[in-house]
Design a protein around this ligand. Sequence first.
Ligand code: HEC
Length: 122
Amino acid sequence: MRRRALLAALLLLPALARAGEAEGEQLFLRKCQACHGADGGGDMPLGRATAAPDLRTSPLTEAEMEKVVFAGRGKMMAFGRRFSAEQIDDVVEYVLKKIRPGGPVPRRAVEPKVPPPEQAAQ
Ligand code: HEC
């Protein structure tokens, strides 16, 4: 009997994980897309107006993303009171898996601004 309960629980786990993913996608499309775009690139009128960063090349860790979504940052509003902890988890999971599947992308160092030699000589 106990074994059966365990088996049932194990069979249910992937279904629960899929439910979380679907929830994350729905949340992203309903609440984040207006600025970040469905692909995370931020190529939307509101995204350009607020200078929303490209989530596909975000250098943030999962914990850092959760913090931004919870507390907001700059022109992005906080979702800590609109979303449950589980919803924040699901939407960040969606960003990590579907929008930035390769993991954190280190921001490239800014190129030093050295004038081309012919200008420097003048
Ligand atoms: C009103 C437009 C807007 C909405 C809606 C919005 N964002 Fe943002 N988001 C921004 C802006 C602007 C920034 C950059 C904030 C700053 O300047 O520090 C940002 C930053 C982020 C970052 C940090 C990225 C990085 O690389 O620094 C994450 C992650 C993020 N948003 C996820 C989300 C998620 C998930 C949602 C939906 C729950 C969402 N955003 C909704 C505008 C928005």
